[in-house]
Design a protein around this ligand. Structure first.
Ligand SMILES: *Cc1c(COP(=O)(O)O)cnc(C)c1O
Length: 361
């Protein structure tokens, strides 16, 4: 048995060990069919069964209403930054965007290539340490949709609430928070998430889109980027990322086995509380985010003296804790504690932080 270490990577992120073992057992010979999932035709009965089961399990987990399509696409969340306006924003049209950090800024920059972007609210006024309240938002009457980023993976800023945008479709980049707790999908027009944080391996992006938003892609939209084409072909207009889709299906079954999203919420609640409590109680570590807007999944923190960063990281690695270095744009540390990161990993980190503070604080 190899020794699996605690992986706090922001993405591609930790996967549950039980899922990797299942994939390993299936790898050479899936269910006695004499071939691996990677070697199957995506049109075969076996593979279509795998794909449909994964979609059904995701629908069950999120209670996705029947008037929503679930699409398994490629290009990552970053391609959605273009695909969304190409499908939802008419030529010359306008969309509202909420700026809460690096990922929303990227979405804004890309959408601006396709139409008029109104930045209806920005966390800049709070140095991106807090989310502007809805009463400050300047939504436009003629926006085709409202886009926001419920969890800023780099900044560690997360909405604890769902914006109210009237009859406008609400579009959410849920890459790093989907499946961390229950979600009322009916409040959204479109939800998208790159897989490599909380869904599965990289190479896949999941899009959940309400039926009435399909069929309005611009004539210049590439066929491959038209949601209605993907929906019509069951996300198999061309060859999908078959292995990533299969592995994501194993994750959905694993989450069901853990007790579903209510259970994930309980565990994630406890994990994040332990880590923030340790940070706030210490004299060495700080997290700058307004407590009500703190991310459950991505927890950045700084040491009082950044000359301690290197020894902190080295000591963490010695103790089997990987990828705690913060994003290069923020510095310091970041612990990403997605569903697949066990509570024991957080306990080990908190114990190490206390030990390190005793020596260096
Ligand atoms: C990781 C991430 C992205 C980018 O995802 P890719 O799949 O690499 O394109 C976009 N938005 C958020 C919120 C993310 O966490």
């Amino acid at each position: 048995m190899s020794e699996r270490l605690f992986n706090f990577c922001a993405g591609p992120a930790a996967l549950p060990e039980a899922v990797l073992q299942k994939a390993q057992a299936d790898l050479l010979d899936w269910h006695g069919e004499g071939l691996s999932v990677m070697e199957m035709s995506h049109r075969s009965d076996e593979y279509v069964g795998i794909a449909e089961q994964a979609e059904q399990d995701l629908r069950d987990l999120l209670s996705i209403p029947s008037n929503y399509q679930v699409l398994f696409l490629q290009g990552g969340a970053s391609q959605q930054f273009a695909q969304i306006p190409l499908n939802l924003l008419p030529e010359g049209g306008k969309a509202d965007y909420i700026d809460t950090g690096i990922w929303s800024a990227k979405a804004i920059e890309e959408a601006a290539r396709y139409g008029h972007v109104n930045v209806a609210a920005s966390a800049r006024e709070f140095d991106y340490f807090a989310i502007p309240g809805q009463n400050e938002w300047q939504l436009s009457d003629d926006a085709a949709y409202v886009h926001y980023t419920p969890n800023e993976t780099i900044g560690g800023l997360e909405f604890g609430w769902i914006p109210q945008v009237g009859d406008k479709p609400l579009v959410a980049d849920m890459s790093s928070t989907i499946l961390s707790r229950p979600l009322d999908v009916s409040k959204f027009g479109l939800v998208y998430a790159g897989a490599q944080k909380n869904i599965g391996p990289s190479g896949l992006v999941v899009v959940i889109v309400r039926d009435d938003l399909l069929g309005n892609a611009r004539s210049s939209c590439p066929t491959m980027l038209d949601y209605s084409v993907a929906a019509k072909h069951g996300s198999m207009y061309n060859t999908p990322p078959t292995f990533a889709w299969y592995l994501s299906g194993l994750i959905f079954q694993w989450i069901k086995g853990q007790g579903g999203l209510e259970a994930m919420e309980r565990i994630n609640q406890s994990k994040q509380r332990k880590l923030y409590t340790a940070i706030d109680a210490s004299g060495l570590y700080t997290n700058p985010i307004n407590p009500a807007d703190r991310s459950w999944m991505n927890i950045p923190f700084r040491l009082a003296d950044d000359r301690l960063d290197k020894p902190f990281l080295a000591g963490a690695e010695e103790r089997g804790m990987l990828n705690l270095k913060g994003h290069r744009s923020v510095g310091g540390m970041r612990a990403s504690i997605y569903n697949a990161v066990p509570e024991a990993a957080v306990d080990a980190l908190v114990a190490y932080m206390a030990e390190f503070e005793k020596q260096h604080g």
